[in-house]
Design a protein around this ligand. Structure first.
Ligand code: SF4
Ligand code: SF4
Ligand code: SF4
Length: 114
């Protein structure tokens, strides 16, 4: 089995509900977002429009974050999901530099009490 999640970017209107939901589900500290929506503009006012691109971890088939991780903390489970084992992570942040989608963020307390 290989799990997947698809976003139809043509239907995204930038409400940021996914950003809020992800933040609530993962209890990330202020300033840290695992789900982001990139907002762009096309044209010149008053004939301009906005574009929205939700970005999350893509669980890449050949994942750079796994390839560079020196401890095996970044890994893939049996369903194809890319995960981080907090017990094995040494905080080197090499996965952050390797991810081409800016999907990794780093904070030191894995069990914050926000
Ligand atoms: S910003 Fe997120 S929740 Fe809102 S429409 Fe786009 S994908 Fe859906
Ligand atoms: S963290 Fe980045 S490189 Fe790793 S699977 Fe997710 S999108 Fe791919
Ligand atoms: S911070 Fe370092 S040890 Fe932790 S998951 Fe990323 S690459 Fe692996």
């Amino acid at each position: 089995m290989r799990l997947g999640m698809i976003i139809d970017t043509r239907r995204c209107y930038g409400c940021l509900a996914c950003v809020v939901a992800c933040k609530a589900a993962n209890a990330t500290p202020p300033g840290h977002f695992r789900c982001k929506v990139k907002i762009g503009e096309k044209g010149v006012f008053p004939n301009s429009t906005q574009t929205f691109l939700p970005t999350l971890c893509n669980h890449c088939e050949d994942a750079p974050c796994i390839n560079v991780c020196p401890t095996g903390a970044s890994h893939r489970d049996k369903d194809g999901v890319v995960l981080v084992d907090a017990e094995k992570c040494i905080g080197c942040q090499m996965c952050m530099n390797a991810c081409p989608y800016d999907a990794r963020s780093f904070f030191s307390d894995p069990n914050p009490s926000y």
